[in-house]
Design a protein around this ligand. Structure first.
Ligand code: BES
Ligand code: MN
Ligand code: ZN
Length: 492
């Protein structure tokens, strides 16, 4: 999909279709009013005939609208006017793209952002949401499967002349976020036999070739051994796929400006190891690399928009499988930091690969470090799929992430990191154990990581509930928290 900003009068923009918002109670939004007036009431007539009320998610295509350039007008229900917020507006745009994908319409004028309280934000979120709704995962279909190539190619975003510059910038950002989210979703949706640590490494290298400001390096197990990454390597030795440590260096900012770092868990399949997970739903553990995939997507977004920032991305990639050589409960390993870890549960492997990746990140002298991980089932219990869990050691970073969440609609909720929780990790045999017992699983996982992040300002995002939609029919990677990370990094 290609986006352009147009400053002509709405009803005069050349396109096959116009997308306009209608509030519950058949109340016309701004753009809808223009179209209705020009066409002498064609929209109101159509609403009467079809019973369209403007409920959130309702959609009605009106054909042969007279006296306007786009003769098809898509009515999009926005729900009650006083209840409309940025997130509901973005959802309406998602639904719009999903609807248009199955039509023969090739070009459309987009106006829903004119209903936002901040039209610039509306345009950015709207464009990213159109990408989202347009998405379909078809990579693993067989020869006989017919991929439908959607007709829709061009979106013309309407803007007043005076806002054109701001809207253009917003559209560019929204487009780049949409592209990054799509990449993250593709990587997440790929099954474990396609998306291995080596596959991720190859994809990263491709990015390094595609973008000028991006340097990519990959460390193999030999190099990791030299660095003393005993914790990370203890997880990968139970699998036949070698681990990879993928490093992105995006240099869009000033030369001596300290970079911000994002570190994502890239566990390409989590069977639990010797502490094997139960069978039902285990397929969903292919998504256990979504934190890492969000690093890929965020870096891609920054590259696409040419962001003027320095950003480091680090992705430890491994499988977690049961094997004769796998970690056993009670095993003690030595991390790169020198601290030893008693592995009481081999299924708490995310923190084992992240701790060494976090120690490695010290060398970049980062201004801040955010790690992103599908780390605990407990986070899904606590926050469900609506908010990402947020913990950290620095109020400035935490508050910036909360602000970025408000601005992007990619929501977070903070949990505490008090030392009482940290004591749950004390071990009689090693410097720490890798689990903290039944209580407060998300927090004790955060406390574990906190023991490896003392040298920088750090926050942890637990995306176990937000990185994918569970269940059979709507099962998909969501691309979260790419919108949050991009916002955080652009504003940092
Ligand atoms: N990848 C899982 C966390 C997870 C579980 C994400 C369910 C999404 C849905 C992680 O590696 C894990 O297994 N965590 C354990 C930790 C426990 C052993 C302390 C968990 O949450 O059960
Ligand atoms: Mn696990
Ligand atoms: Zn895991």
């Amino acid at each position: 999909m290609h986006f352009t900003v147009k400053t002509d009068a709405l009803t005069e923009i050349t396109a096959e279709c116009a997308i306009v918002g209608i509030y519950e109670g058949s109340e016309l939004g701004k753009a809808a009013k223009d179209f209705d007036a020009k066409s002498k009431g064609a929209l109101k007539d159509a609403m009467k005939e079809t019973g369209f009320k403007g409920k959130q998610g309702q959609m009605q295509l009106v054909l042969k609208v007279p006296n306007v350039a786009p003769t098809r007008v898509l009515l999009v229900g926005l729900g009650k006017r006083n209840q409309l917020d940025d997130i509901k507006l973005a959802r309406a745009s998602q639904a719009t793209a999903k609807y248009l994908r199955d039509t023969a319409i090739k070009s459309a004028v987009y106006t829903l952002h004119t209903e936002a309280s901040d039209t610039t934000r509306g345009a950015r979120d709207g464009v990213a949401a159109l990408h989202y709704g347009f998405y379909k995962f078809e990579e693993c279909r067989g020869k006989q499967y017919k991929k439908e190539t959607p007709a829709l190619k061009k979106i013309l975003v309407a803007a007043d002349k005076k806002d054109a510059t701001a809207i253009r910038k917003a559209v560019k950002e929204g487009d780049a976020i949409g592209i990054g989210v799509k990449f993250t979703r593709d990587l997440g949706n790929l099954p474990g036999n396609y998306c291995t640590p080596s596959y991720l490494a190859t994809e990263a290298k491709k990015m390094g070739r595609a973008y000028e400001n991006l340097k990519v390096s990959v460390l193999d197990e030999k190099k990791m051994k030299e660095l003393g990454m005993g914790s990370l390597l203890s997880v990968s030795k139970g699998s036949r796929e070698p681990a990879k440590l993928i490093i992105f260096e995006y240099k869009g900012g000033k030369k001596n400006e300290a970079p911000h770092a994002i570190v994502g868990k890239g566990l390409t399949f989590d069977a639990g190891g010797i502490s094997l997970k139960p069978g039902p739903g285990m397929d969903e553990m292919k998504y256990d690399m979504c934190g890492g995939a969000s690093v890929f997507g965020t870096i891609k977004s920054l590259c696409e928009m040419g962001a003027k920032k320095n950003v480091i991305g680090v992705v430890p990639a491994s499988e977690n499988l049961p094997d004769g050589d796998a970690n056993k409960p009670g095993d003690i390993v030595t991390s790169m930091s020198g601290q030893t870890i008693e592995i009481l549960n081999t299924d708490a492997e995310g923190r084992l690969i992240l701790c060494d990746a976090l120690t490695y990140t010290e060398r970049f002298k980062p201004a801040s470090v955010i790690d992103i991980a599908t780390l605990t089932g407990a986070c899904v219990v606590a926050l469900g799929s609506h908010a990402t869990g947020l913990l950290g050691n620095d109020d400035g970073v935490i508050n910036s992430l909360k602000t970025a969440a408000d601005k992007s609609g990619d929501r977070v909720w903070q949990l505490p990191l008090w030392e009482e929780y940290d004591r749950q990790l004390d071990s009689p045999f090693a410097d720490m154990q890798n689990i903290g017992g039944k209580e407060a699983g998300t927090i004790t996982a955060g406390c574990f990581l906190a023991r490896f992040t003392k040298k920088f300002k750090w926050a942890h995002l637990d995306v176990a509930g937000t990185a994918w939609n569970s269940g059979s029919s709507e099962k998909t990677a969501t691309g979260r928290p790419v919108p949050l990370l991009v916002r955080y990094l652009l504003d940092a």
